[in-house]
Design a protein around this ligand. Structure first.
Ligand code: SAM
Length: 482
């Protein structure tokens, strides 16, 4: 059997089954080892240095010990450190986005997904460029600036040319003061050449969920279609990085396999990217299996309760402090509220998971990918975030200023976030409030912005942010950024 090697480009060597099993064994044996748990917690704590706040992160073994630990005071401490870490690197900003489903044609047989090829009763749709235009206008009219495009895998109906043309269409639309400034892409694993084309098309993050790191389960859960190939899927991020995309987003679909196995695999994947490419994942998503057409989530017997879900999120926050974490509208308002504190830095709002759903007056269910638990409008989500002390941010500055990959990580580590991300968040929130918000949301928002402007340490940056905000309020000038 191959040895564990985080630097290897072979899936079975960097996601190494025996290493994961040993890790789980080690975690189980040490979950009440107070000295070790304390040592790991100390390592995880953010620390101030002359160069700013730093976090060492944790190895998959260390993080797995914390995940297994069931001593109530220590679990509380995990949560406390997760909150501290979140505040140290992300502050109280929450980045907003929406998914845009382009097509649900799919040739795969994924057992948990309603788009699976043998589902004959789901309505199949592929948006034309004109339909994409209309969807994007509807999204812009809500106030969205950042999208994640989603499509089933169908090399004939949804070839890369279709995806590229759709990205071009999305970027070309400016309705009123609207614009989509960052398109993230969640499409099936593809070739280096296609990743290069996506990079040239100006995408933000390439997102691909592993679904499960457990190879045998993966093969069973993906019985047919190109996605059946575990190695090709698991090695996709390396091809994406070879194609020039340096912001990649990992994810596990929780519920399919035992969560501790998935957690160790996920952190090992992050370690692998860091070891090979010098930069870890830009984001990690934490979807849980949901009910959908033809899909009964109870069939999968590894579902996790909210409490465990929160602990997973806190432990991810400690293990990879510089990686953004995303939670979608699969989760309820209550779960989102708790996980935002513990480390989530990006959320979707007002999502419709059906193809063409944004232009329908009522939420359509016929082509939906999963049931949406949080069905609030974007205005309601923005207002709720602010009432809970968060700053909803529509910022897309980093990748447009070339701060991707390790350059983004250095910004994160340099402590310049308050002089850069903070004003960007406040300026884009002002755009949202002026152009799209209800009167009530405006009131809360402008008061919050006034208070938060005073927290920008650099005087010049603060003055400039104030000027730009006044400009946004008094003119149609938009898209200021640091
Ligand atoms: N087709 C692409 C691929 O193969 O990766 C990705 C697009 S798919 C629209 C996005 C993600 O939705 C999948 O990777 C999967 O994790 C998630 N998903 C599928 N079925 C789901 C369900 N029933 N509940 C929750 N999430 C689901």
């Amino acid at each position: 059997m191959a040895n564990y090697n985080p630097k290897s480009l072979k899936a079975e060597e960097f996601i190494h089954d025996a290493e994961i099993l040993e890790t789980l064994e080690y975690a189980e044996q040490n979950k009440r080892n107070l000295a070790l748990v304390d040592e790991i917690l100390n390592k995880a704590r953010p620390r101030k240095t002359p160069a700013g706040c730093v976090c060492l992160g944790l190895t998959h073994r260390e993080a797995s010990v914390l995940l297994a630990c069931d001593i109530p005071e220590k679990v509380e401490e995990i949560y406390r450190i997760a909150e501290e870490t979140k505040l140290a690197f992300y502050g109280n900003r929450i980045v907003m986005f929406a998914p845009l489903y382009l097509s649900n044609y799919c040739v795969n047989g994924c057992l948990y997904c309603p788009y699976h090829m043998t589902n004959k009763h789901i309505t199949r749709k592929q948006l034309t460029q004109e339909e994409i235009r209309r969807e994007v206008i509807a999204l812009q009219d809500m106030g969205h600036k950042r999208l994640a495009i989603e499509a089933g895998e169908d090399p004939v109906r949804n070839p890369i040319e279709y995806i590229l043309e759709s990205i071009q269409t999305i970027y070309s639309i400016n309705h009123k003061n609207g614009a989509i400034r960052r398109v993230n892409v969640n499409i099936a694993a593809t070739t280096v050449e296609n990743y290069r084309l996506l990079k040239e098309a100006g995408i933000g993050t390439y997102i691909l969920f592993q679904e499960t790191y457990h190879k045998q389960s993966y093969l069973e859960l993906h019985p047919t279609g190109p996605k059946h190939n575990y190695d090709y899927h698991t090695e996709a991020m390396d091809r994406a990085m070879e194609g020039g995309i340096d912001d990649v987003g990992l994810g596990v679909l929780f519920g399919l396999e035992r969560y501790k196995y998935e957690f160790a695999g996920l952190i090992m994947h992050a370690e692998h990217l860091e070891a090979v490419h010098g930069v870890g994942p830009h984001t990690i998503s934490v979807p849980r299996v949901k009910h959908a057409d033809d899909i009964d989530p109870d069939v999968f017997d590894n579902s996790i309760p909210d409490e465990t879900f929160a602990k997973i999120i806190a432990c991810i926050r400690l293990a990879v402090p510089y990686t953004g974490m995303i939670i979608s509208t699969r989760e309820s308002q209550q779960v989102r509220e708790q996980t935002l504190r513990l480390g989530v830095s990006q959320i979707s709002g007002a999502s419709r998971t059906s193809v063409g759903g944004y232009t329908e007056p009522e939420r359509p269910h016929d082509s939906e990918q999963f049931d949406v638990a949080d069905q609030r409008t974007l205005d309601e989500v923005v207002c709720w975030l602010m009432e809970n002390g968060h700053i909803p941010s529509f910022c897309t500055a980093c990748y447009r200023e070339g701060r991707t990959g390790d350059r983004f990580m250095s910004l994160c580590k340099s402590g310049q976030i308050l002089n850069c991300c903070h004003p960007n968040a406040l300026m884009t929130l002002t755009e949202y409030l002026v152009d799209y918000a209800s009167t009530h949301t405006k009131e809360i928002g402008f008061a919050l912005i006034e208070k938060e402007l005073a927290r920008i340490p650099n005087e010049k940056a603060q003055t400039l942010a104030r000027q730009n905000i006044a400009d946004i309020k008094n003119s149609n000038r938009r898209d200021f950024r640091f």
